[in-house]
Design a protein around this ligand. Structure first.
Ligand SMILES: O=C(O)c1ccccc1NCC(=O)[C@H](O)[C@H](O)COP(=O)(O)O
Length: 214
């Protein structure tokens, strides 16, 4: 079964659609520059409905200890997704501070970008390969851009990993066929506008993930 993470959820209706549709991971983006930003305390209230139904992920960018403390005491996520320039040493501190498991996002444009993988294989529980954002972008993720999926083909990786970046219900099958991914992550591809999740698009994506197996 392809495991799906729906990221950047901000409303009970869209979170419920993700949960009912079978998402294994649901993500809150805690980054004020993002159109999907949600404060940790509001995320705690919203994501209470996901407990026991999916893993809750808090997406952060180079977080300081104060923010991590707020996240740990309110949201208590299963995973912290580090989407900035964090080091493996910082990831160990984040793990110790929060008690959460670690997803590390690695930006990919070319083969050389996989040089970062060995340092993260033990430092993260799951890697997330995402497209490098366009130059000048305020967001390091959630920009709806794909990288060249053929870079993933036949790549032997010791770590568990998500494929992310520019996925949607129409291209997921091809992405899975080319990359062999068993875990995928989506945000823009299930939105009607930046930050506005769309229930029919969420259903379409989750259906495509199920069909890709059939
Ligand atoms: O989604 C955001 O706004 C965001 C902001 C800052 C850091 C990370 C962010 N998103 C991380 C994700 O896990 C996205 O799902 C991933 O980058 C894929 O996004 P998309 O290409 O829009 O599907």
């Amino acid at each position: 079964m392809t495991e799906v993470k729906i990221c950047g959820l901000t409303t009970p209706e869209t979170l419920e659609a993700a949960l009912v549709g079978g998402a294994a991971y649901v993500g809150a983006v805690i980054f004020p520059k993002s159109p999907r930003h949600i404060e940790p305390e509001a995320a705690a209230e919203l994501f209470a409905m996901a407990r026991g139904r999916a893993a809750v992920v808090a997406v952060v960018v180079d977080p300081d200890d104060a923010l991590l403390g707020r996240i740990a005491t309110s949201l208590m996520p299963d995973f912290i997704q580090l989407h900035g320039n964090e080091t493996p040493q910082r990831a160990a501190e984040v793990r110790a501070l929060t008690g959460a498991k670690i997803i590390k996002a690695l930006p990919i444009r070319e083969d050389a970008d996989f040089a970062a993988v060995p340092a993260w294989t033990k430092a993260a529980d799951i890697l997330l390969f995402d497209a490098k954002p366009p130059k000048g972008s305020e967001l390091p993720g959630g920009v709806g851009h794909s990288f060249d999926w053929s870079l993933m083909a036949n790549r032997a990786l010791a770590a568990r990993w998500f494929l992310a970046g520019g996925l949607d219900g129409t291209n997921l099958g091809e992405a899975l066929r080319i990359t062999g991914a068993s875990m995928v992550d989506v945000s823009s591809g299930v939105e009607s506008a930046p930050g506005v999740k769309d229930i029919p698009l969420i259903r379409k994506f989750l259906d495509a993930a199920r069909q890709a197996l059939a």
